[in-house]
Design a protein around this ligand. Structure first.
Ligand code: M6R
Length: 369
């Protein structure tokens, strides 16, 4: 049942091109518009919203963080993302015009469920994004969009994350369309890029064998840092979480701009730093900033591994090792840049001889608060 892979986690990583295609299937019409009829909220419901909260835990929270960038950009609605366990206990300002998006692979995470219940008592509308049909979180929501990743066995989440991203992009575009803030052809442009992503994820997987050797070299380090900006920041957090969960090493993700405000003191000679480099397209300011952050860590002796876009020679000139992913619009790039980090965690944990599918102290579904 592992289809020839050594672990479920590897199998699930390799299923990502097809499950992301499944998430999108039937939800886009021939004109490139989003058709989420299954989400039972009317056009008027979407027009009435004046702010969005996303609540989730762990990897699902990271999907929420990526969504914030896309949702605010496309819909122009303010969006806050919060750990479900914090949201519930701080008296957030919610009312009828608040949309709360609860993201949960299992649909049973107690922290997320309690956040959702709290939101409903405050009259907010709740839309859930879940992988588990008929689970508690979708049942208690006003509307649901299923991610269709199939059963995820590995405790460390991979394919569920990518499908959550795809589902969240659909929801954000749907809201933008419903509220009339994006022209039809603008939506269609993004949709065309989105539907091209499964093939690009496959390209990343096809080129990821180099990661085995890289992980073997790194597996002597007791600490690994991940840095990123914009959507690269949540991807850095997700890469660090994967490494913590299955390799049991100190792995931290930082917003690259925060390095100089503290975390840079963690860097010793040879500390691996993995940098999520944004696309240099249009001589992006973000790209320039990331290059300076890379220089800062390099000057402190870091061993710098960059995840960059194909053809980005500037990054390659600064990094000790560069892993390329295909070109894509910045907001959609996490569907690609996460994949080498998942592979890295598997290889790293494998080199240490850890149980990859069943890491110590963790359960697949956390049904206690
Ligand atoms: O089922 P959920 O998406 O609600 O689960 C949330 C987290 O417990 C989950 O993402 C956890 O962080 C994973 N083990 C991460 O790989």
């Amino acid at each position: 049942e592992k289809d020839g892979y050594d672990t479920f986690m590897m199998k699930e990583i390799h299923q990502q091109p097809s499950v992301v295609a499944d998430t999108l299937r039937g939800r886009i019409d021939d004109n490139g518009h989003i058709t989420l009829d299954e989400v039972r909220l009317s056009e008027q419901d979407f027009r009435d919203i004046d702010k969005v909260f996303i609540v989730a835990c762990g990897t699902s929270y990271h999907a929420g963080l990526v969504t914030k960038y896309a949702l605010e950009h496309w819909t122009r609605l303010p969006c806050e993302v919060e750990l479900a366990s914090e949201f519930r206990y701080r008296d957030p300002v919610l009312d009828r015009s608040t949309l709360v998006i609860a993201i949960s692979q299992s649909g049973e995470t107690m922290d997320t469920l309690m956040a959702l219940r709290h939101a409903r008592t405050q009259k907010a509308r709740v839309l859930s994004i879940s992988n588990t049909v008929g689970s508690t979180i979708p049942r208690e929501s006003d509307a649901v969009l299923y991610t269709r990743a199939g059963i995820e066995v590995s405790v460390a989440s991979t394919k569920a994350f990518l499908t959550q991203l795809a589902a969240c992009y659909l929801v954000a575009l749907h809201i933008a369309q419903m509220r009339g803030v994006m022209y039809a052809d603008e939506v269609a442009d993004v949709v065309a890029s989105l539907t091209a992503m499964p093939d690009k994820i496959q390209e990343v997987l096809d080129g990821s064998d180099q990661i085995t050797e890289l992980a073997a070299q790194m597996a002597t380090s007791h600490r690994v840092l991940f840095i990123g900006r914009h959507v690269g920041y949540p991807v850095a957090l997700e890469g660090a979480l994967k490494l913590k969960e299955i390799a049991y090493i100190e792995a931290e993700g930082f917003a690259a701009g925060e390095l100089k405000h503290g975390p840079i003191s963690l860097i010793e000679t040879g500390t691996p730093v993995i940098a999520m480099v944004p696309s240099p397209a249009g001589r992006s300011l973000l790209h320039d900033k990331m290059i300076s952050n890379m220089q800062e860590v390099k000057a402190r002796g870091a061993r710098l591994i960059a995840i960059a876009e194909e053809g980005d020679d500037v990054t390659a000139a600064h990094a000790d090792h560069t892993i390329y992913v295909p070109k894509s619009p910045t907001l959609l790039a996490p569907l690609l840049t996460t994949v080498p980090l998942q592979r890295l965690a598997v290889e790293y944990a494998g080199a240490l001889g850890n149980d990859i599918d069943q890491p110590r102290n963790l359960a697949k579904s956390v049904t206690v608060e």
